[in-house]
Design a protein around this ligand. Structure first.
Ligand code: SAM
Length: 273
């Protein structure tokens, strides 16, 4: 990075980038990402052939369909996730599936690199059987790179700590040679999931009352209150009465909606109205 470019990354430029990020994705980021985002944005500046990062931001700002938008957002997203994160949620899901069996549609709305929807798929396959095509899982995320990794379904074995030995044997294939130390999810899990890139802030929401179960965990925490209210109202519209909404352990729907009832452990039920 040359001195001229480095000096161009000021607090004003950073604040401008954060506003663009928020307007586009609803994500709010604090001061702590100024350094790391500079490094990533500098890579994009070079890739797109601009003189300064601000020139790149100008170009994005002038074109809402610019191909650099997804990569710009990826500079700020936090993809931390894990298999069977918050394991009690998967026990609650299992009880729901045992009751509703195949008659159920599931949306994993911020699926990151796939650990969450594959955990859901393991629960489903164990209850309804691998040969039964329903229920299906729609898994989406704003981060296109994360979605590509999710589709590949290949994980380091040391990242599989939340999974029992029995589940590892049943749902994963151990790699060898160049895949030594890695494991791949079996096709029966992949077959249950449709992955796609989707920004919760800017798309036409699915038909009303389409989903029985929605997972949107550890994501709303990055949005401001107004964005959370909008998002939760859209979830309410897209869910069937009686359906379950799972959010992260440090999140709450309190003061955002009266359309859900808390069942406990950050699981909410869509009210019948
Ligand atoms: C911390 S991860 C949580 C992943 C997973 N839900 C879990 O709890 O393990 C947050 C995810 O939200 C995604 N995200 C952030 N803003 C989004 C938006 N506007 N639309 C869709 N996904 C978004 C990020 O890309 C990231 O993968």
């Amino acid at each position: 990075m040359d001195a001229l470019t480095r000096s161009a990354w000021t607090e004003t430029s950073y604040k401008r980038a954060l506003k663009m990020l928020h307007d586009r994705s609803g994500i709010i980021v604090g001061e702590h990402k100024m350094k790391s985002s500079e490094r990533l944005l500098e890579g994009l500046r070079k890739e797109y052939g601009f003189v300064t990062i601000d020139d790149f931001l100008d170009s994005l700002g002038n074109n809402k369909d610019h191909s650099g938008w997804p990569a710009f957002i990826n500079c700020f997203t936090i993809n931390h996730t894990a298999f069977f994160r918050e394991p009690h949620h998967f026990e609650i899901l299992a009880k729901y599936i045992e009751k509703h069996r195949t008659n159920c549609a599931i949306w994993c709305a911020s699926c990151s690199t796939g650990e969450e929807p594959y955990s859901i798929a393991m629960v489903l396959n164990e209850i309804v059987g691998e040969q039964t095509p329903c229920p299906r899982i729609v898994a989406t995320d704003i981060d296109g790179q994360a979605i590509q990794r999710a589709k590949a379904g290949i994980y380091s074995i040391d990242k599989l700590t939340g999974i029992s030995e029995e589940r590892l044997r049943r749902h994963f294939l151990k790699g060898n040679n160049k895949f030594e130390g890695k494991a791949k999810v079996k096709p029966a899990l992949c077959d249950r999931i449709e992955f796609s890139e989707l920004n919760l802030m800017s798309f036409s929401w699915p038909k009303p009352a389409m989903f029985d179960v929605v997972f949107c965990r550890n994501t709303m925490i990055y949005f401001d209150h107004e964005t959370q209210v909008r998002l939760v109202a859209n979830f309410a519209r897209s869910m069937k009465p009686g359906g379950l909404l799972f959010i992260g352990h440090s999140e709450t729907l309190a003061s955002t909606t009266d359309q859900f009832t808390l069942l406990g452990q950050t699981v909410y039920q869509r009210n019948n109205r």
